[in-house]
Design a binder for this molecule. Structure first.
Ligand code: GCB
Length: 615
């Protein structure tokens, strides 16, 4: 019997690994690593039409306009002759910058939620017979319909993840291409996120737009990572796979010049796998975030990346980075530059935000509550900062709706496809503060399983809530049984009671896994000083942090870290106290202008102590 048992187990695990490898290569046609391709940027000036009634999309009977309807806003705005009536037009009087949200570009857009048509004219070099051209968007919030020279290329929903469309052969012109994007940022009950969030709903083409030219058979996607088990060995193993577009199976090689290794990948079905043994691998660590140049080549294509090699795992009550216990000195960050009241994007903004996190002596950032732009992960890779990356399954999503689950899965997949080669990312989060009930737990469990199927080298979590049972702070959300670490948001002393309630708080945690505090925080208007009992004063926030930290020091030994809410004050239409908020959530450790509040120094002192070895 034991033998039978063993062979059944072996069979089951074989089956599981086959299923896993199939699932991990599921494609949506996303092209990995755009920066390494032959691209032409379409950033810059775009003309626009504001269209709150969607006149460019629907006729007066509210039917979708036909493709060649001359009043459709994706079609030319130039009258054919002097008698033709035209009721739309693009002009240089109305220009928006791309990439950037529209809200910060003109006061009339501050609260705008609706449709804006973006138009760009451009010239192009036509592809040769064995090349294809794609148009790639880093992100558009929320729904995008893309048209080129009057023909629809496709549509995409989800405001924080990339997408691309192939341009059909013959459609691209050498001169005067007419590219139109209908962008709609209205919130919907059945969208992800839903109607209700605590952040600004910045609309527009918020990230880069590129034309990508690739050879007909090109490297679409690849994954390179350090094998978890080999962390115990002297000789390490780097594993991975490569997928060529169109399921073509031409030779694929992987090269890491600095390590003097070059290996051929071996096809199993349409995926080429490789496994490389390496003697003197320098790991990616927080102190020395070593990145290696990795070259993936096929018969006609070549993609160069910079990849760090590290492992992340859970062992009992601890998180192990490269097999060494790590305490996460975190901070939450929204993708926003408060000083300019706009979405953050690009390397300069990432250097500002992660630089602020470094000043705090943080070693980890929780990127709330949606995938941030790629520059954040690249800068985190180079600075040695650990990253938690999340999809906007936030608060009260329509959990019973199967379509909503599909939308969440799509965003999860796009996030993982874009960033899985970034060493800095150690945790995929499938959501934040979702209400405990059966349909929600089924929904969230599906996402946890999906995340693992897409990437089994990282940890999966979700920010849960604490509830009060007989005056005990209780963590028993059933979702906790599925995640690798149990993460909770907790605001004792802000949303309930006063900070000194932390002193006699009792905690009951159902799970023996690593326990992470994914949020805690209190508001303070920068520069407002009073005694510590006065709400909104810097002194209150400072007191809150003192009491919280003392409480954290008394946490059980599965306490592995904290990422307080939040690095910077941020814009939120929900926050309407006319004296202390005025459309801002002021829980930042830095205020709206970038000044440090008193609480900053309290947290920094704690992080300095932790680093020296005292939790
Ligand atoms: C939370 C949410 C976060 C809010 C924060 C707050 O628990 O996760 O998005 O902004 O609380 O300030 O209330």
């Amino acid at each position: 019997l034991p033998d039978l048992y063993r062979s059944t187990l072996r069979y089951a695990s074989l089956l599981a690994s086959i299923l896993l490898s199939i699932a991990s290569n599921a494609q949506q046609g996303l092209i990995a690593n755009v920066a390494a391709r032959k691209t032409v940027s379409l950033n810059g000036d775009w003309q626009y039409i504001v269209d709150p009634y969607e006149t460019g999309f629907y006729n007066y009977r509210w039917q979708e306009r036909s493709e060649n309807d001359r009043e459709a806003y994706w079609n030319t705005d130039v009258p054919e002759n002097k008698t033709e009536r035209k009721e739309h037009g693009y002009t240089d009087e109305y220009i928006l910058q791309v990439p950037q949200d529209w809200n910060s570009q003109d006061p009339k857009f501050l609260y705008y939620e609706g449709t804006v048509w973006y138009k760009k004219s451009f010239n192009a070099t036509l592809p040769s017979n064995n090349e294809s051209v794609y148009i790639h968007f880093g992100a558009v919030n929320y729904e995008a319909h893309v048209y080129l020279n009057g023909q629809k290329l496709g549509m995409h929903t989800g405001g924080f993840t990339p997408f691309n469309f192939e341009i059909p052969r013959g459609l691209l012109r050498e001169e005067n291409n007419f590219l139109v994007v209908k962008v709609d940022n209205r919130r919907h009950k059945d969208a992800v996120p839903t109607l209700n969030t605590d952040w600004w709903n910045y609309g527009g083409i918020t990230r880069d737009v590129n034309l990508i030219t690739v050879p007909a058979t090109y490297i679409q996607d690849y994954f390179v990572s350090l094998d978890r088990a080999s962390i115990h060995e002297k000789q390490k193993t780097i594993n991975g796979w490569v997928v060529l577009h169109g399921a073509i199976r031409s030779d694929v090689t992987i090269e890491i010049p600095e390590l003097k290794v070059k290996t051929k990948a071996v096809y199993k079905t349409d995926t080429a796998y490789f496994s490389i043994k390496i003697k003197n691998l320098q790991l990616w660590t927080l102190q020395y975030p070593k990145l290696y140049q990795v070259i993936v080549s096929s018969a006609n294509d070549r993609v160069i990346d910079k990849v760090g090699f590290r492992t992340i795992a859970v062992k009992g009550k601890q998180i192990l980075l490269n097999n060494v216990p790590v305490f996460l000195r975190g901070i939450c960050i929204h993708e926003e530059i408060p000083q300019e009241m706009r979405r953050a994007n690009g390397r300069k903004d990432a250097l500002q935000l992660l630089g602020q996190a470094k000043e705090l002596n943080a070693n980890m950032v929780r990127l709330a509550h949606y995938p941030h732009n790629e520059a954040m992960m690249k800068v985190a890779d180079s600075l040695g900062i650990l990253v938690w990356s999340e999809i906007p399954v936030y608060w009260t999503i329509d959990f019973a709706n199967a379509e909503v689950l599909n939308k969440a899965k799509q965003q999860l997949q796009e996030m993982i496809q874009r960033d899985r080669n970034r060493a800095s990312i150690v945790i995929w989060s499938v959501g934040n503060e979702t209400p405990v009930n059966e349909s929600r737990t089924n929904f969230m469990r599906e996402l946890v399983f999906r995340a693992r199927a897409l990437d089994n080298t990282r940890l999966v979590s979700a920010a849960l809530e604490v509830h009060n049972v007989n005056s005990t702070q209780t963590i028993d959300d059933p979702l906790g049984q599925y995640t690798d670490i149990v993460s909770v948001n907790e605001y004792l002393g802000w949303y309930g009671g006063l900070p000194n309630n932390c002193r006699n708080a009792k905690w009951a945690v159902k799970y023996d896994k690593p326990l992470f505090f994914s949020e805690t925080g209190a508001e303070a208007l920068g520069g407002f000083h009073a005694d510590s009992l006065t709400r909104w004063s810097e002194e209150y926030q400072e007191w809150y942090y003192r009491e919280q930290i003392e409480m954290m020091k008394r946490m059980p030994d599965n306490y592995v870290g904290i990422s307080p809410w939040i690095l910077n004050d941020f814009r939120s239409p929900k926050r309407n106290n006319p004296l202390y908020q005025e459309g801002w959530n002021n829980k930042g450790l830095f205020d709206q202008k970038g000044n440090k509040k008193k609480a900053f120094y309290v947290l920094k002192r704690y992080y300095d102590e932790v680093e020296k070895g005292r939790k």
